[in-house]
Design a protein around this ligand. Structure first.
Ligand code: MG
Length: 259
C-alpha cells in the first residue's frame, strides 16, 4: 500500500515538472530575444505566388522547390527505380495503371507541400475504387486522394484522410474532373537512441479548408493495420500512389521547414 502511495506521489510530482520543462523549452525561442530587438534578424523577402483557377495553375512562392510545373517528370522516378513513366500532357501528370508509385529523386522531411489533383471524369467505381491515389510524405505517411464527391467509403479512407488514422474534419471535395488543392504542413517523427522522441504531425487544408489540425500520427500508413514507427532518417522521398485510377496532378511545390 505504502509503495503504491509513494509511486503515485512520485508520478504526481514528476509529471507537472516534466510538463513545465517542455513548455519552457517551447517558449525559449521567443525569450532568446528582447522584445522589439532591432538586432533580431528580419525574415527573408520572397514573392508569394498566385492562386490557381480551374483553367490555370497558379505560381509557386519564389522560395519553393517546384516538383512538377506541368512539363516533365525530371524530378521524379519510379518507386522501383528508373524513370517515372506516368503520362504528362496539357500541364498535368496522370497515373498510368500498373506503372506503379512514383517518388521524388530528392529527400524531404519537415515541409509545407502544395499539391493539386483531379479525379477522373466520368466517375468510375465505388468507394475506394473511385479516383484513388495518395500523397505519401516521406514515402510512408499517406494523405488519401480519392473522389469523395457523393462516394461513400470508410471515414478514415476518404479524401484528405490520414489513411487509416484520421478522417478529415469535413468533406471539402469538389466534383470529379475539377482541380482540388492540398496544402500540407508536415513534421516528421524524430528518434533518439532508437526510440520515438516525437511522432509525425500533419496539418492539411483541402481546397483551402482546414481538415487535419496538427494531428499526431500513430506510425506509417498501412491497410488494415497501424504499424508502429521504425527508427529511420529525417528525410525521405515524397511519393504519389498508383492505385489503378487515372488521377491527375499539377502544380506541385514544396518548402522545407526549419528543424
Ligand atoms: Mg490512396
Amino acid at each position: 500500500m505504502r509503495i503504491i502511495f509513494l509511486a503515485a506521489l512520485a508520478v504526481s510530482l514528476w509529471l507537472p515538472m516534466a510538463w513545465a520543462q517542455s513548455a519552457e523549452q517551447e517558449l525559449q525561442a521567443v525569450y532568446r530575444w528582447k522584445q522589439h530587438d532591432l538586432n533580431r534578424p528580419v525574415p527573408p523577402v520572397i514573392m508569394p505566388g498566385t492562386a490557381s483557377t480551374q483553367n490555370e495553375a497558379g505560381k509557386p512562392p519564389s522560395d519553393a522547390v517546384v516538383l512538377f510545373d506541368g512539363k516533365d517528370l525530371s524530378r521524379w522516378e519510379s518507386e522501383s527505380g528508373g524513370p517515372a513513366k506516368w503520362k504528362v500532357a496539357n500541364g498535368y501528370m496522370e497515373v498510368v495503371k500498373g506503372i506503379g508509385n512514383i517518388r521524388t529523386r530528392e529527400d524531404f522531411g519537415d515541409c509545407q507541400l502544395h499539391v493539386e489533383w483531379a479525379a477522373p471524369l466520368p466517375a468510375v467505381g465505388e468507394s475506394q475504387e473511385r479516383g484513388n491515389s495518395g500523397v505519401f510524405l516521406m514515402g510512408k505517411y499517406e494523405i488519401q486522394v480519392l473522389d469523395s464527391y457523393h462516394n461513400r467509403t470508410y471515414a478514415d479512407g476518404q479524401a484528405a484522410a490520414v489513411y487509416g488514422q484520421y478522417p478529415p474534419l469535413v468533406n471539402a471535395s469538389r466534383p470529379p474532373g475539377q482541380w482540388q488543392t492540398y496544402d500540407i504542413i508536415f513534421h516528421g517523427p524524430r528518434f533518439a537512441s532508437g526510440k520515438l522522441q516525437r511522432p509525425a504531425r500533419i496539418t492539411v487544408l483541402h481546397n483551402g479548408v482546414l481538415v487535419q489540425d496538427n494531428v499526431a500520427l500513430t506510425g506509417p500508413t498501412a491497410h488494415g493495420t497501424r504499424p508502429p514507427y521504425e527508427p529511420g532518417p529525417d528525410r525521405l522521398p515524397l511519393g504519389l500512389q498508383d492505385h489503378g485510377n487515372p488521377v491527375r496532378f499539377r502544380n506541385i511545390w514544396i518548402r522545407e521547414l526549419p528543424e
